[in-house]
Design a protein around this ligand. Structure first.
Ligand SMILES: *[C@@H]1O[C@H](CO)[C@@H](O)[C@H](O)[C@H]1NC(C)=O
Ligand SMILES: *[C@@H]1O[C@H](CO)[C@@H](O)[C@H](O)[C@H]1NC(C)=O
Ligand SMILES: *[C@@H]1O[C@H](CO)[C@@H](O)[C@H](O)[C@H]1NC(C)=O
Ligand SMILES: *[C@@H]1O[C@H](CO)[C@@H](O)[C@H](O)[C@H]1NC(C)=O
Ligand SMILES: *[C@@H]1O[C@H](CO)[C@@H](O)[C@H](O)[C@H]1NC(C)=O
Ligand SMILES: *[C@@H]1O[C@H](CO)[C@@H](O)[C@H](O)[C@H]1NC(C)=O
Ligand SMILES: *[C@@H]1O[C@H](CO)[C@@H](O)[C@H](O)[C@H]1NC(C)=O
Ligand SMILES: *[C@@H]1O[C@H](CO)[C@@H](O)[C@H](O)[C@H]1NC(C)=O
Length: 776
């Protein structure tokens, strides 16, 4: 551990010693860099790590470089610009990897002081601009390819100047007071810049010993002329020539058959004769802007079959012949801006982009683009057009720039024949009234409509429609550029700001509100329907419940009535019984007399012997009195009940009537005696209530007798209360299975079996057996 930390400390220390004071060292990434620029260094830093690849010592105060630099064997880029160096060390042989050396902006005066450059076996690029060099002689390097000696004091480029640089391809002499070019010799030079010099005249053979030259820049040699009426500068391979800002009064390009790009702008060319570029068949880009061209002959650009870009802007052209660009079949951009055209040039051209901006065009016609079959972009910015001609026709036009004209109105048929239109700029005109969006109805591809900088009169209802078109679904304009000018109270406001209230209260809100209203009314309707249905449902349920309850009540009532009826009947029968039992008391002798046969048959069997009847007669008085008391009580109860309900009264009346009828019937039956006993028994066997009633009554007789007998044997006969009756019934059941049918009175089924058993016990007729057989 101790060892590791010691090593670390050591390595940090060594690093610190490796990276000089006031420098930034980046050794982690390739290239390993040390930056010491702008540190006021006066001496070359000591102990610089020898692994450095890029060393920047620019912007210091170095006056000399020591031999120590030879330690930096890995150095590739060395920047010594902006110091006070006058020379390089005599020995630089160890910097075998140095490729780029920047010595610009020093005070080197003589190429001999930097002659050690020739020892740098990898140096390809040397920057030595802004020094005090007087010429290139003395600079030698077998491998140096590019030399920048711009802005020095070089006055002459002679026929031996480039002798020491056999590999030179690029030479920059811009900004030198270069005046004499005396046939420099280089078999490799391709790029030569002599801009900003003071060149005056270039003889036709000036470039003849630079066979590989491809690009020549002679920009801003204000007095330069290279072409006369009789001769002109020549070079068979030159491709790019920039002679902008010179003193040319004619293009003079017929000595350069290989030219593709020519910049002749800012010269003094006034006339372009017919077929003047006929020899430049390779020409693709021709800039003639900012000359004094007044006229273009019909055939000026004939033969430029490959011309793609022709800049004729900033001349004095007042008119252009229709056929001038007819032959330039590859033309893409024709720039005629900044001229003095008054009339729309109705060109026959295959140009795709026509710039007519900054002219004086005040009108054009619907068919003006008729013979421009490929036109895509038309720039009419800054002209004096007052209208877009109705029905302006072009199938291909995509971009129409009418910025800063004098358009007052956009007619509904202005753009109908521009089906491919994608962008239109109408800003900076005099449009006041919002146009109808129908204006754009035939322009489905329109994605940008600029309408800013117009004196809009903000009628919010009018603006709303077009604003909606411009902003929905996607914004087609710059909304903030739409500014109202009138009425005065909204002057300077954007459309949106001016019409915010109007649109939000009257238009947007109305729309929203109608929708809202519709939604709310729908909601209300739904709620109403729902509540009505639910109310109906609950009502139905309630009604049903009510009905059920009524039915239940009715059933209860019926049940009670039935019960009452049963009781009534029972009571009536009791009364009857009492009466019947009383009857014999009234005339006891009748009982003593033998009953008729039929009566006898009908009579229930006597449990006791007939002798017991005597006892009844003996105790007759008490029995009657008891019965009468009982009777009274029942009657009282009856009257009490009669008062309770009318129904009951009715039923009671009914019962009474029925009772009367029954008694009548019994009387009739008694009188109606038949001879055949078997028939009668058969009848009794039937479920005929009338028959059974008679039998029942006779049975009752027997009960009474029985009870009388039992009572007489034990206690006094007691008034018949429900309890006693029940008891008695039970007793009877236990005794002899004889049932009292009081309870079963309500039932329509009469207990025949009792009758049968009664009969069986004491057979009294020969028909009994047959009857039993039938019954069982
Ligand atoms: C450079 O290294 C030498 C020897 O190692 C040393 O004596 C000298 O002080 C160092 N200089 C600086 C500025 O560190
Ligand atoms: C040479 O160095 C100076 C100063 O750092 C810089 O401005 C200039 O661009 C450099 N030149 C090249 C070609 O890198
Ligand atoms: C260079 O030019 C000088 C005169 O300016 C002439 O005497 C000499 O022969 C020329 N050298 C070559 C190689 O053309
Ligand atoms: C331009 O064309 C006219 C005839 O169209 C001709 O008279 C005139 O000389 C031509 N100008 C030049 C410079 O060729
Ligand atoms: C046309 O020329 C003018 C002026 O030289 C320039 O501002 C404009 O950009 C050119 N137009 C095109 C489309 O290049
Ligand atoms: C277009 O060219 C045809 C045929 O050359 C010509 O008749 C017509 O007038 C031209 N149109 C315009 C607007 O110049
Ligand atoms: C243009 O507007 C005028 C009235 O202003 C109308 O008569 C004409 O039909 C409209 N044309 C189109 C194409 O909408
Ligand atoms: C401007 O004035 C007009 C009437 O002159 C009025 O209808 C409009 O609401 C005003 N706008 C604003 C933003 O005050």
């Amino acid at each position: 551990m101790m060892l590791i930390s010691w090593l670390m400390i050591l390595s940090i220390a060594s690093c610190q010693s490796v990276c000089p004071a006031r420098c930034l060292c980046h050794f982690i990434h390739i290239p390993r860099t040390i930056e010491c620029s702008r540190q006021g260094l006066q001496t070359f830093p000591e102990n610089i790590s020898d692994i450095v690849e890029h060393l920047d010592l620019s912007n210091n105060l170095l006056t000399e470089i020591t031999d120590e630099i030879n330690r930096l064997t890995e150095l590739q880029h060395l920047n010594l610009a902006k110091n006070k160096l006058t020379a390089l060390p005599n020995n630089l042989a160890k910097l075998k990897k140095l490729q780029r050396l920047n010595l610009s902006d020093n005070i080197i005066a003589n190429m001999a002081d930097i002659a050690s450059i020739s020892q740098l076996l990898s140096l390809k690029i040397l920057y030595i601009s802004k020094n005090h060099l007087l010429d290139l002689k003395g600079l030698t390097s077998e491998i140096l390819q590019a030399v920048d000696v711009g802005h020095c004091h070089i006055k002459e480029l002679g026929n031996t100047s480039l002798n020491g640089l056999p590999a030179l391809t690029t030479l920059n002499l811009a900004g030198n007071p270069l005046k004499i070019i005396d046939m420099p010799v280089s078999k490799t030079l391709r790029w030569l810049d002599m801009s900003d010099c003071v060149l005056n005249y270039l003889y036709p053979d000036t470039l003849s010993r630079l066979p590989e030259l491809e690009e020549l820049r002679l920009v801003n040699n204000p007095t330069l002329v290279y072409s006369t009426r009789h001769s002109t500068l020549q070079h068979s391979k030159l491709k790019k020539l920039d002679v902008s800002r010179c003193n040319l009064d004619r293009p003079g390009l017929h000595g350069f058959p290989s030219l593709t790009h020519v910049y002749l702008s800012h010269n003094t060319i006034r006339i372009l004769p017919n077929r003047i570029f006929a020899k430049n068949k390779q020409l693709m880009h021709l800039s003639l802007n900012a000359n004094n061209l007044e006229r273009l002959n019909v055939s000026t650009f004939d033969g430029l079959m490959k011309l793609q870009m022709l800049d004729l802007s900033a001349n004095n052209l007042e008119d252009v012949h229709t056929m001038t660009f007819q032959e330039n079949i590859d033309l893409r951009l024709l720039n005629l801006s900044y001229n003095s055209l008054h009339r729309f040039p109705e060109l026959s051209s295959l140009a795709t982009s026509l710039d007519l901006s900054f002219n004086l065009i005040s009108r054009f016609n619907a068919n003006s683009l008729e013979n421009m079959s490929r036109i895509r972009s038309l720039n009419l910015r800054n002209n004096q057009l007052q209208l877009i001609p109705p029905g302006l026709e072009s199938k291909t036009l995509r971009i129409l720039d009418m910025q800063r004209n004098r358009l007052v109105e956009l007619y509904n048929n202005s753009l109908v024949n521009l089906p491919s239109l994608q962008q239109i700029d109408l800003s900076g005109n005099r449009l006041t009234e919002a146009m109808n969006p129908d204006v754009f109805q035939n322009n489905p591809d329109l994605t940008m409509i600029r309408l800013g900088d117009n004196p809009w009169r903000c009628d919010c209802t009018q603006l709303y429609v077009i604003f909606e078109y411009l902003t929905i679904p996607t914004s087609k304009t710059i909304e903030s550029s739409l500014i109202c000018q009138s009425p005065a109270n909204v002057s300077g406001y954007s459309w949106e700001a001016a019409c915010f209230d109007a649109w939000n209260t009257n238009i947007y809100y109305n729309k929203d509100r109608t929708w809202g209203m519709v939604m709310v009314s729908l909601l209300i309707l739904v709620v109403l329907c729902g509540s009505v249905i639910s109310i109906k449902h609950t009502m139905r349920i309630k009604r049903r419940v009510l009905e059920q309850r009524q039915q239940q009540e009715l059933a209860e009532e019926r049940e009670r009535l039935r019960f009452l009826y049963a009781r009534r009947t029972r009571l009536e029968e009791e009364i009857e019984d009492a009466e019947n039992s009383a009857e014999p008391r009234i005339n006891p002798l009748e009982l003593i007399g033998p009953p008729s046969y039929e009566e006898a048959v009908q009579m229930p069997r006597l449990i006791r012997s007939m002798d017991a009847l005597n006892e009844i007669s003996v105790e007759d008085g008490t029995l009657r009195s008891i019965n009468s008391v009982d009777n009274l009580r029942i009657k009282k109860r009856r009257t009490r009940r009669t008062k309770t309900t009318r129904k009951r009264t009715q039923s009671e009346d009914d019962l009474l009537r029925r009772e009367e009828r029954r008694q009548e019937r019994i009387r009739r039956e008694r009188n109606n005696s038949s001879s055949n006993i078997c028939e009668t028994t058969d009848q009794s066997q039937n479920t005929n209530p009338r028959q059974s009633r008679t039998s029942r009554r006779s049975r009752r007789h027997s009960f009474v007798e029985e009870s009388l007998e039992s009572n007489s044997s034990k206690d006094r006969p007691r008034p018949q209360t429900p309890n006693t009756r029940k008891k008695r019934r039970r007793q009877v059941f236990e005794d002899e299975h004889v049932t009292d049918d009081e309870a079963s009175d309500v039932q329509m089924d009469f207990n025949r079996s009792v009758v049968i058993r009664e009969l069986r016990r004491e057979p009294r007729s020969g028909c009994r057996d047959s009857f039993v057989e039938r019954g069982s």
